[in-house]
Write a protein that binds this ligand. Structure first.
Ligand SMILES: Nc1nc2c(ncn2[C@@H]2O[C@H](COP(=O)(O)OP(=O)(O)OP(=O)(O)O)[C@@H](O)[C@H]2O)c(=O)[nH]1
Length: 331
């Protein structure tokens, strides 16, 4: 109770006496302290507002301590203002003590925090880091594009491999069927002729039996070269089966196809196979020739050319058999 009444004991000599109640001095002190009090009470409000709105700020509790310190400074100035007319020096001393304690605590905390705050990256650091990251992102993007190009190229390569006959390098059966579908579509769309040759080496089994499987492989490769040389770039050659090949001839009618088939037959008949290995293997082939007819299905077309090939075989081999019905329409 005594402490409380001592605190609010304003009976001491007011500070105005020290200033001799001189108006200009009073004016200076009153205006100076009033402005300081207003500022020191407003700054903590702003700091508390900042902490409330930006709870992500690092070490934001130091702003609260700073707000308390400035508020107490404001109280001290307020007391100085009051003490011009009243003598509340205990209360004034108490406010100074509180300000001192909070100031010291804030100072200690600032000293403790200083290295940590200095270590926080500056805007300039962030800018540099950001530029580095953008550069890395650019490099990653370029690497990704390169990777995508390589994957695309590799995929194309693999797709090509999947459609290629490993021994002869021409299309395999799957690839041939794909191309035939496309060629039929083109032929239907543009009403252009499309012919088909099915070429089968005669008695090829004998080559294998007599000269070995490896030489048989060489014969197949050479036969492919002969057919490729005889045909156009726009023609498509593929291996349909073991020693059976299919040649697709776009923009070619059955009459023209027959001429080509005959040339291929002769080229194979006249070619000395396996010459590089010191041999001179003679071989003939049989060829079925037909032309795509409007409305015909792909399987019907293949059946027709297959039937013609076997007709050539049955007629004694080493010959070309043409679909006469169509040939009659293309004299
Ligand atoms: N070397 C080799 N031989 C193959 C390959 N594919 C199939 N053959 C052989 O080709 C031969 C085909 O024999 P056949 O179907 O009796 O036909 P062919 O002997 O040519 O008789 P025709 O067709 O009736 O004139 C078989 O001996 C198969 O082993 C291959 O990739 N390499």
């Amino acid at each position: 109770m005594d402490i409380i009444s001592a605190l609010f004991d304003g009976s001491f000599m007011p500070h105005g006496h020290c200033l001799k109640w001189q108006a200009d001095l009073l004016f200076l002190h009153v205006v100076g302290d009033t402005l300081t009090v207003i500022a020191y009470f407003l700054i903590p409000i702003a700091l508390i507002q900042l902490v409330r709105k930006r709870d992500d700020l690092a070490f934001n509790w130091i702003f609260v301590m700073f707000a308390a310190f400035i508020f107490l400074c404001g109280v001290t100035h307020l007391m100085a203002l009051i003490n011009i007319w009243h003598g509340y020096y205990f209360l004034s001393g108490l406010s100074k003590l509180a300000t001192g304690i909070v100031s010291i605590m804030t100072t200690v905390m600032i000293v403790y925090l200083l290295p940590k705050v200095i270590a926080i990256p500056s805007n300039k650091d962030f800018k540099v880091k950001n530029e580095q990251l953008l550069l890395v992102q650019k490099e990653l993007l370029a690497a990704n594009q390169l990777l995508e190009q390589r994957v695309e190229a590799r995929t194309k390569e693999l797709e090509k491999l999947a459609r290629t006959d490993a021994l002869t390098g021409v299309l395999n059966r799957g690839g041939l069927i794909n191309n035939l579908t496309d060629e039929i579509d083109r032929s239907v769309r543009y009403k252009h002729p499309l012919s088909l040759l099915m070429i089968d080496l005669d008695h090829f089994k004998h080559v294998n039996d007599q000269f070995g499987h490896q030489r048989g492989d060489t014969v197949l490769i050479e036969a492919v070269n002969i057919v490729s040389k005889a045909s156009r770039h726009s023609d498509t050659l593929g291996r349909y089966g073991g020693e059976e090949f299919l040649l697709l001839l776009p923009e070619t009618n059955v009459t023209e196809a027959k001429i080509l088939a005959e040339r291929i037959r002769q080229d194979i008949e006249q070619h000395p196979f396996c010459q590089d290995e010191g041999l001179n293997i003679s071989l003939t082939c049989s060829i079925g020739v037909t032309e795509y007819e409007a409305g015909q299905t792909q399987s019907k077309l293949l059946q027709t050319v297959d039937r013609l090939l076997y007709s050539a075989k049955n007629s004694g081999r080493n010959r070309v058999t043409v679909n006469d019905d169509i040939a009659a329409k293309n004299p």
